[in-house]
Design a protein around this ligand. Structure first.
Ligand code: ATR
Length: 274
């Protein structure tokens, strides 16, 4: 790659971002398409991220991804946003800034890749966790499901998430077993099971035999939750799927081409060390 003063600049902005896999993924696609662009990671510690993001226009950025904790600021910084929480920004030729959220649609793309017939199988969704990721996935699934239940250690956050989704409901953390028994699709969106974090003994044995389970954790790639689900013969989706497909949608917004998601998975597996 020959980086010059004409090379287009892209980045992921967040805090922390040092371990982000997005540069590996996007630079791989940039090379696949022989584009004159480079994608890096910028750590941003600021109480006024929106001002910093607006100022990036002066530096000539083409686009950025935004991650925790700046997704709300990104939506506010833009001249137009499809959501109050944005993960993708694109500077237009007229100098204005457009904001998008590809997380939810990326999750749905990944689910379709893993279980192509899921739409016909899923009416009851259970989302474990009610943080930004849980709410984003729940919102995206609400259009396809009869009900989207949120369960969360802190009840108030589950209530807020359920209220933000038209067919949202609250499942008490104490009633997790009942929720597992009733759901057609269970999506684990908390940090539980992530390397270095506590794990949890999910009642996978109570799942319906037709249930689909997904975990958004990708370190480790096979969490205890996915391991138990696969051991029971359930369809299980790992956390790289959402990462790759939200990235693919962002890449298409910037460059107008659909990148190769299979190659991205190979590169990310290598970056994860196997
Ligand atoms: P994000 O926006 O990335 O989803 P977050 O807002 O920090 O991140 O949310 C993390 C989720 O993991 C929350 O649902 C959190 O539950 P609380 O709202 O009760 O904090 C959940 N979580 C983190 N550690 C947990 C633990 N030890 N037990 C249960 N839930 C946990």
């Amino acid at each position: 790659m020959n980086i010059t003063s004409a090379t287009k600049l892209l980045a992921v902005i967040g805090d922390p971002v040092r371990h982000s896999l997005s540069p590996v993924m996007h630079n791989g696609w940039i090379a696949d398409h022989e584009l004159d662009a480079v994608y890096t990671a910028l750590s941003l510690k600021s109480d006024d991220a929106a001002s910093v993001i607006r100022a990036m226009k002066a530096l000539g950025f083409t686009g950025v991804n935004v991650t925790v904790p700046h997704k709300e600021a990104a939506a506010r910084a833009a001249d137009r946003s499809e959501s109050e929480v944005a993960n993708t920004l694109r500077w237009e030729e007229d100098g204005t800034l457009s904001a998008f959220n590809t997380d939810g649609a990326g999750f749905v793309d990944a689910l379709t890749e893993t279980a192509p017939d899921w739409r016909g199988r899923v009416s009851r969704v259970l989302i474990i966790g009610a943080g930004g990721a849980g709410l984003g996935v729940g919102k995206a699934l609400s259009a396809y499901a009869d009900t989207v239940h949120f369960t969360n250690r802190t009840l108030a956050r589950a209530e807020a998430a359920a209220a933000a989704v038209s067919n949202g409901r609250v499942l008490r953390w104490e009633d997790l077993e009942r929720g597992f028994g009733a759901a057609d699709l269970i999506v684990q969106t908390t940090t539980l099971g992530m390397a270095g974090q506590p794990s949890h003994d999910w009642p996978v044995q109570l799942c319906r035999s037709t249930a689909i389970v997904a975990d958004i954790v990708y370190k480790p790639l096979e969490t205890d939750f996915l391991y138990a689900a696969r051991a029971r013969g359930l369809v299980a989706m790992d956390g790289l799927g959402m990462l790759i497909h939200q990235g693919a949608r962002a890449f298409e917004l910037w460059f107008g081409v659909k990148p190769d998601t299979k190659r991205a998975r190979e590169r990310l597996l290598e970056a994860l060390g196997g």
